[in-house]
Design a binder for this molecule. Structure first.
Ligand code: ATP
Ligand code: MG
Ligand code: FE
Length: 347
């Protein structure tokens, strides 16, 4: 079966087509540039951009795959979490297509989509696997078994800022352009990771082993910048040291979680998986620990429709029940199952 996936939870409009675990085509349109002057995503602007982008993005994904709309056998769409107006646009579009074609509709949890991004280039996820999700809105360690059938076990979360949010906010303090994560990464190339000793929160023996906290790192970076008022800020050193602190905590905890739970594969997904130091440190530490590391290509790390199609494909293959055509969005959906509506899967 050919599954169309639609993603519109934040500022990316994505459409992807997957058949039996294989990606046939995908297109992403981003309104990121329109939000840049506001220093963050403006929900109204995001919704309007989705409205304009959805049809062309689906059309282009079909063209890329050499398919027609009528070839689609199922539609999967992000129903949450995310910005409500933004989610609404994608879900309305998905319902229209599912209704017009008379094919089943699946409501997908956005983070399950990020997890499934790990299948697009590398094939099915091993059961079990450890997944580190690091994005602009989330930082979580998940124990994943069968994505279509089993509940996802949340081992830990950030107690305050997400890792990407920390990069974005510190970048602003450092005077770097939006979005901050890529700017920190670029700037860090010319700096020393040992220049500033930023804190490694929640890494003590009595701390929650798999929870994260990045607001202290953010504050420390802001203090460090303030300490240079009137002087030239060594931004490259600050960026390299910040990146080192964040990458150190993320990879240390992820590898410890694999060891503790006897899991042989670590998957790192979400926009921050694009960070060069997160990647290199994860590689180093996984190699030492004998853990297989999977990091999807950058284009599948950030929000896209292919990852949603990949979840839809798994649900179809598991014989999961489809969502009703009046399925609603859930902007703050907790992550439990990959499908956001109740599913009965075939035995
Ligand atoms: P969520 O998926 O949690 O709803 P989101 O859509 O904002 O949030 P993504 O699109 O997956 O998240 O990722 C965007 C985040 O990734 C931003 O915070 C951005 O700064 C960060 N990011 C992107 N590239 C890099 C990089 N090279 N280094 C560090 N951070 C990066
Ligand atoms: Mg995004
Ligand atoms: Fe995302």
């Amino acid at each position: 079966p050919i599954v169309l996936g639609i993603e519109s939870s934040c500022d990316e409009t994505g459409a992807g087509l997957v058949r039996d675990g294989r990606l046939l085509g995908h297109v992403v349109a981003s309104s990121m540039a329109e939000h840049a002057r506001y220093g963050g995503v403006v929900p109204e602007i995001a919704s309007r951009a989705h409205l304009h982008a959805l049809r062309p993005v689906v059309r282009q994904a079909l063209d890329e795959a050499g398919l027609r709309l009528a070839d689609i056998d199922a539609v999967a769409v992000t129903t949450g979490p995310g910005l409500s107006g933004a989610l609404q646009v994608g879900v309305a579009g998905a319902k229209r297509i599912a209704y017009a074609l008379g094919v089943p509709l699946y409501g997908v949890h956005h983070l399950a989509g990020h997890v499934a991004a790990g299948t697009l280039e590398h094939g099915p996820l091993p059961d079990p696997c450890m997944v580190l999700i690091v994005s602009g809105g989330h930082t979580s360690l998940l124990l994943v078994r069968d994505l279509a059938r089993d509940p996802i076990v949340h081992l830990g979360d950030t107690l305050d800022d997400a890792a990407g949010e920390c990069f974005d906010k510190v970048a602003r303090v450092f005077g770097l352009p939006y979005p901050g994560g890529p700017a920190i990464d670029r700037t860090a190339r010319d700096g020393s990771p040992r220049a500033v000793a930023f804190p490694r929160p929640l890494t003590g023996p009595r701390d929650a082993p798999y929870d994260f906290s990045f607001s202290g790192v953010k504050t420390a970076a802001a203090r460090w910048a303030e300490g240079h008022t009137g002087l030239e800020l060594p931004v490259a050193d600050g960026a390299a040291s910040l990146q080192e602190a964040v990458a150190d905590v993320l990879t240390r905890k992820a590898v410890a979680a694999c060891r503790e739970h006897g899991v042989g594969t670590l998957v790192v997904v979400g926009g921050v998986a694009a960070n060069s130091r997160v990647r290199s440190l994860a590689e180093e530490r996984c190699r030492t620990a004998g853990i297989e590391l999977r990091v999807p290509p950058l284009k599948f790390c950030t929000d896209n429709g292919a990852m949603i199609a990949a979840v839809g494909d798994l649900l179809v293959q598991a014989g999961a029940e489809a969502a009703p055509l009046d399925v609603s969005i859930d902007p703050s959906a907790p992550l439990q199952y990959a499908a956001l509506h109740p599913v009965a899967v075939a035995a």
